[in-house]
Design a protein around this ligand. Structure first.
Ligand code: PLP
Length: 424
């Protein structure tokens, strides 16, 4: 007899392409079928069959406080009582914008949109409008959402050629995106030498966390910044994952000795409600309509419910809070480490754990800094690990290339619970 998750997945495929509304949810990356989740609280998920899991995916990042944080829940309930969309100016987005601009040193102005994809799409348009140039440089192994110009990889033929990674993207758009490997300043530098005058922006995840966790050096990021200064291009940091998580509230950008021109946000900025944002230098942001002539709009942009959820989440993220999450992450990862070493005589021993603050990645090549360094058998080796942990009530993101996320709700009780589930 099929369990309820499998029944629902079978049904869902009749109504929805592949049964899912975002591909990674299909569990195709782990040769399995998805659990259907009924509810979440703290660090736990409950599926429709009544099985509970310690959640290390946390909605792929937004839930830094855990599921249904009680203070955020109260604020959201109060917001619901007032109304949930006006299509007009309201005080809630003003409050969130003020909070962020006051607290984050590298942003002068911010605009809220509905997703990380939308933030990136708009940031690229602003960069092109501001510089009057068309080319964008991106890196293999960074994900920037599913706008056409970012679903591009390096072409397999001539150097400098580009190819779409999805059907449905015009080759004309692909040609406007130039793709390099990460951690290779020389390659970018020699391209800029010849073609820098055509480059509107370099976009990078300063901590690439979508294709493994490919930690880049500050020297490399500084080098990218220097190249943009030399050639009159903009530098866009995509901090959709790292923002408000890595290096504390200010994200990677705050750690650097320079300010990126634009930063894109998503995930934590909405605390689990659909919010994205682009932010940065005031003179560049003022290229956006209605003051500037770069068009961008949104019926549900700065949705009041989402603004309240975002603000209530961000206001709780004190320095203390980051210290606690990062400390608990170390304890949790030590339990994983012991388990990987000892489970069934060391069956998963070859996995290493790459960890930055509250992000982690299980991999057989912890030294990887470029997508090409990731072992080709990553998906294959991850499958049994994922299935074994899922059976023990430990929910990882269902793909060996995805990182894990730890929240404030992963506290000492959860640490004990993980220890007991992993039998160590
Ligand atoms: C760095 C980065 N940029 C952009 C996006 C796209 O965000 P969204 O899924 O909200 O469209 C993601 C999503 O995972 C991301 O990690």
């Amino acid at each position: 007899m099929m369990d309820s998750s499998n029944q629902m997945f079978e049904q869902s495929q009749n109504y929805v392409p592949g049964g899912v509304h975002s591909p990674v949810r299909s569990f195709s990356g782990v040769d399995s079928t998805p659990r259907f989740i009924k509810s979440g609280k703290g660090a736990y998920l409950l599926d429709v069959d009544g099985k509970n899991y310690i959640d290390f995916c946390m909605s792929f990042g937004p839930l830094i406080l855990g599921h249904r944080d009680s203070e955020v829940e109260l604020e959201l309930k109060a917001a619901l009582e007032r109304g949930w969309s006006y299509g007009a100016c309201e005080p809630y987005s003003l409050e969130l914008a003020k909070y962020l601009v006051d607290k984050v040193p590298h942003i002068d102005k911010i605009r809220f949109v509905n997703s990380g994809t939308e933030a990136v799409m708009t940031a690229l348009r602003v960069a092109r409008g501001f510089t009057q140039r068309s080319k964008i440089i991106k890196f293999n192994g960074c994900y920037h959402g599913h706008t056409d110009s970012m679903l591009i990889k390096a072409g397999s033929g001539l150097a400098g050629t580009s190819q779409a990674t999805s059907a449905g993207i015009s080759s004309l758009i692909a040609e406007e995106t130039v793709v390099f490997e990460l951690n290779d300043l020389d390659a970018v530098s020699s391209y800029m030498q010849t073609s820098g005058a055509d480059v509107a922006a370099i976009i990078v995840e300063p901590l690439p966390a979508n294709n493994g966790l490919l930690v880049q050096s500050d020297h490399y990021l500084q080098g990218l910044f220097d190249l943009t200064r030399k050639h009159g291009a903009l530098l866009i940091f995509d901090e959709v994952i790292s923002g408000f998580r890595v290096n504390g509230f200010g994200g990677v950008a705050e750690r650097m000795n320079f300010k990126p021109d634009l930063v894109t946000y998503g995930k934590i900025i909405g605390g689990g409600l659909p919010v994205g944002a682009l932010a940065g230098r005031g003179d560049i942001m003022d290229y956006l309509a209605p003051v500037g002539d770069v068009y961008q709009a949104g019926t549900l942009s700065a949705n009041p419910l989402a603004m309240v959820g975002g603000l209530a989440t961000l206001q709780k993220l004190t320095t203390n809070c980051y210290q606690t999450i990062n400390r608990n992450t170390k304890d949790l990862l030590q339990i994983f480490r012991n388990w990987l070493d000892n489970f069934e005589g060391g069956r998963f021993k070859e996995f290493h754990i790459v960890n930055v603050d509250s992000l982690f990645w299980l991999t057989t090549n912890p030294g990887a800094t470029r997508a090409v360094d990731i072992p080709g058998d990553t998906a294959e080796k991850f499958c049994p690990l994922f299935e074994t942990l899922l059976a023990k009530g430990v929910y990882l993101a269902p793909n060996g290339y995805e990182v894990g996320f730890i929240s404030l709700a992963h506290d000492s009780e959860v640490i004990r619970e993980l220890e007991s589930r992993l039998g160590s």
